[in-house]
Design a protein around this ligand. Structure first.
Ligand SMILES: *[C@@H]1O[C@H](CO)[C@@H](O)[C@H](O)[C@H]1NC(C)=O
Ligand SMILES: *[C@@H]1O[C@H](CO)[C@@H](O)[C@H](O)[C@H]1NC(C)=O
Length: 381
């Protein structure tokens, strides 16, 4: 019927989706899976109950763009589709509070198709610090955090655990950030992420001020004091001696093997840089772990500074999970906390994702709490 050569093996399993369960956009491509099938065992089901099977169109980079077909589950209906590098699909969130979306599904196997080369996204632009002095810190940052001996305590704690949260970080944040005037655009592709980013061209002046703060030379220095990382050439680095010795040791090893291979190992001093976004999170937002990210992982300092999440419930999702690349082991979860600066130092084996924000977020009692915002920056030594 669909002209796919098959072998005699088949995978089959039963899946149960209930309120807020979702299977975000993916392509099913694993060795040998050629045809996917689903037999629905649902009660009377309506599109408004959610749980639809959505198939995506793809662009010239084989990345999913928009939904091309939506299949509403119906009892005793069998759905079959070919698995390929472009067979992106999702099971949308189940919105019915009492119905259960039960199905049998699996794959018929066959010889794998050739995959197109993995699409590597252009990296976000990295900027060196902006030349702004400490008056910017005094204007924006809670004075507690500018106290030198307090900074030393923070650094000791950070060096111990590689992460820290600094509460009430900015002074007077609610007055200062008029987030409603910002223009937002959706950021994808949906197999990697779905949230809104602020367009930088016309940020309201006060938001732009905060944006500048996080890019400023003074802030790079402050982060160095908090973390002991060398985010400015002026920073003392107490393991300088160790590093030099390590470098020498490496050079020596190279010498032994080949006397011409060490031009690159006399590392050029790199300039600390950062990337940043102002993001908006609401029902349906998420980010996913993906292969491309694992390939690009490197040492970096993440900064997350959330706003308007005072009555955000962790049940809604929207928290950031750090996991070890190979093991799928959860290392750390950072919950959105109002005006609390989270700093996380991650290594090459650490990946992160933001948990899908579910339908419960729409039913929070207060008028706020359905949407929150955060500054998300990454600093590189
Ligand atoms: C960082 O710490 C040094 C002293 O260790 C201090 O002189 C400097 O003012 C601090 N920088 C900031 C931005 O607080
Ligand atoms: C130095 O490294 C770059 C890429 O990392 C490589 O393209 C280049 O050939 C290397 N140069 C030498 C002399 O090894």
């Amino acid at each position: 019927m669909i002209g796919v050569e098959l072998e005699s093996t088949v995978d089959i399993s039963c899946a149960k989706y209930e309120y807020t369960d979702v299977l975000l956009c993916h392509d099913d491509e694993l060795e040998g899976r050629r045809v996917a099938f689903i037999l629905y065992l649902v009660p009377d089901w309506d599109k408004s109950d959610g749980g639809t099977l959505d198939l995506y169109k793809t662009d010239c980079n084989f990345q999913p763009t928009e939904i091309s077909k939506t299949i509403v589950p119906s009892r005793n209906t069998l759905v079959i589709f070919e698995v390929s590098p472009v067979s992106f699909h999702q099971v949308s969130e189940v919105l019915s509070k009492d119905k259960c979306r039960l199905s049998l599904g699996g794959w018929f196997h066959g010889p794998s198709l050739d995959r197109p080369p993995r699409y590597i996204e252009p990296p976000l632009r990295r900027n060196p610090h902006l030349p702004r002095d400490e008056t910017l810190l005094m204007e924006w940052v809670n004075p507690v955090y500018l106290d030198i001996s307090y900074q030393e305590n923070i650094q000791a704690e950070f060096e111990d655990s590689s992460e820290i949260q600094l509460k009430d970080f900015l002074r007077q944040v609610n007055e200062a950030l008029s987030l409603s005037q910002i223009q937002w655009t959706k950021k994808g592709p949906v197999n990697k992420r779905c949230y809104d980013v602020a367009s930088l061209d016309n940020l309201p002046e006060c938001v732009h001020g905060c944006w500048e703060l996080l890019h400023s030379e003074a802030f790079f220095l402050l982060l160095s004091n908090f973390t002991g990382l060398r985010l400015h050439y002026l920073c003392p680095s107490d393991d300088d001696d160790d590093k030099e010795q390590n470098a020498k040791a490496t050079v020596k090893e190279d010498d032994a093997e080949s006397s011409t291979s060490n031009i690159n190992s006399s590392a050029v001093e790199s300039i600390p840089k950062c990337t940043g976004e102002l993001r908006r999170w609401s029902h349906g937002s998420y980010t996913l772990l993906h292969d491309g990210e694992a390939a690009q992982a490197e040492f970096a300092l993440d900064l997350i500074l959330p706003f308007q999440c005072a009555d955000w419930d962790t049940e809604f999702g929207g928290f950031t999970c750090y996991v070890a690349n190979e093991e799928d082991e959860e290392l750390l979860t950072v919950y959105p906390e109002e005006n609390s600066l989270a700093l996380i130092y991650r290594d090459k084996e650490t990946l992160k994702f933001v948990k899908h924000i579910n339908h419960k977020s729409l039913y929070s009692d207060s008028s706020r709490g359905k949407t929150f915002y955060d500054f998300s920056f990454v600093y590189y030594e």
